[in-house]
Design a binder for this molecule. Structure first.
Ligand code: NAD
Length: 293
């Protein structure tokens, strides 16, 4: 049995911590939310009142926080993880954050004598609950090997993307593709409607032709063709438009930082920004079809 400190027990972190508990590990948790701590207790974990209590003596620390500013503070702040953890502890940050913050925190962790990986996820709350997340992992070979048994409990596909920050780079690039592709599928259905082409007919043809992609075949933005799609549930998320916008903004910040050309990523970011501004932050990201019609 391993003692795991878990920081950030929200929509994703809560069920991930529950899966570590189910696998027989001891989990101590810390979150700013009392409700999140109560849920951890109900799942069999030990809630704590500070980062220091959670991480001191822990073998592994996992964090699942909103953004880079939170991760920097929780790891590098005066009362943070690096100030309180024992040397040699394995650190796993699964938050989706900017590449530079991931690399800065990993460098500080390495200087303090820790193994660390950035391990953002794909798969949403459903994947976190079922333990079927995809982890995109950045870090040294030794750190990846040490983290893999724990990631295996919370996920089904664990992919080593290279050195520190490369997990975040993979996540940002993947989700930029997703945002662009979802808009392309929505535009095609909106055009088909005006041309008098039936939704199911377009689906049947494009799902076996060169327009095929995940946004069409697994997450079709019109009701009917794909039963599990949020389109069949009035666009309840799923993956909220605000989360898509967060990841697209990260892609554009990264793109600017390294001088990459991502004109469609830029346009997708502008469209999701406008969609969210119109009060649709909590709507599934495939609901952008209603804006494009
Ligand atoms: P969430 O807001 O539900 O959870 C974040 C938790 O962190 C909250 O409970 C909050 O109280 C806690 N927190 C914030 N600052 C803290 C601090 N200083 N100390 C301790 N706890 C703190 O968010 P979520 O949906 O669980 O997402 C977490 C991360 O996972 C994000 O980076 C998100 O982009 C990423 N992600 C989310 C999804 C999804 O579908 N929700 C999918 C993939 C990736």
């Amino acid at each position: 049995m391993t003692t795991i400190g878990f920081i950030g027990l929200g929509n994703m972190g809560g069920p991930m911590a529950a899966n570590l508990l189910k696998a027989g590990h001891q989990v101590r948790g810390y979150d700013l939310s009392e409700d999140a701590l109560l849920e951890l207790k109900q799942a069999g974990g030990v809630p704590a009142s500070s980062i220091a209590t959670v991480v001191s003596g822990a073998d592994v620390v996992v964090s699942m926080l909103p953004a880079g500013t939170h991760v920097r503070k929780v790891y590098m702040g005066d009362d943070g993880i690096l100030a309180n953890v024992s040397k040699g502890t394995l650190l796993i940050d699964s938050s989706t954050i900017d590449v530079q913050s991931a690399r800065d925190v990993a460098a500080a962790a390495s200087d303090a004598g820790m193994h660390m990986v950035d391990a953002p996820v794909s798969g949403g709350v459903g994947g976190a609950t079922a333990g079927t997340l995809t982890f995109m992992v950045g870090g040294a070979d030794e750190a990846f090997a040490a983290a893999k048994p724990y990631l295996d409990i919370m996920g089904k596909a664990i992919i080593h993307a290279g050195g520190a920050g490369n997990g975040q780079a993979a996540k940002i690039c993947n989700n930029m593709m997703l945002g662009i592709q979802m808009i392309s599928v929505c535009e095609a259905f909106a055009l088909a409607e005006k041309l008098g082409l039936d939704h199911q007919k377009l689906y049947d043809i494009s799902s076996t032709a060169s327009g095929q992609c995940w946004s069409l075949t697994s997450y079709c933005p019109v009701p009917g063709p794909v039963e599990a799609s949020p389109a069949n549930r009035d666009y309840q998320p799923g993956f909220a438009a605000a989360m898509m916008l967060k990841d697209l903004n990260l892609s554009q910040d990264a793109s600017k930082a390294v001088g990459a050309q991502t004109p469609l990523g830029k346009q997708a970011t502008a469209l999701y920004n406008a969609f969210c501004d119109e009060g649709n932050e909590g709507v599934d990201f495939s609901g952008i079809i209603n804006k494009l019609r």
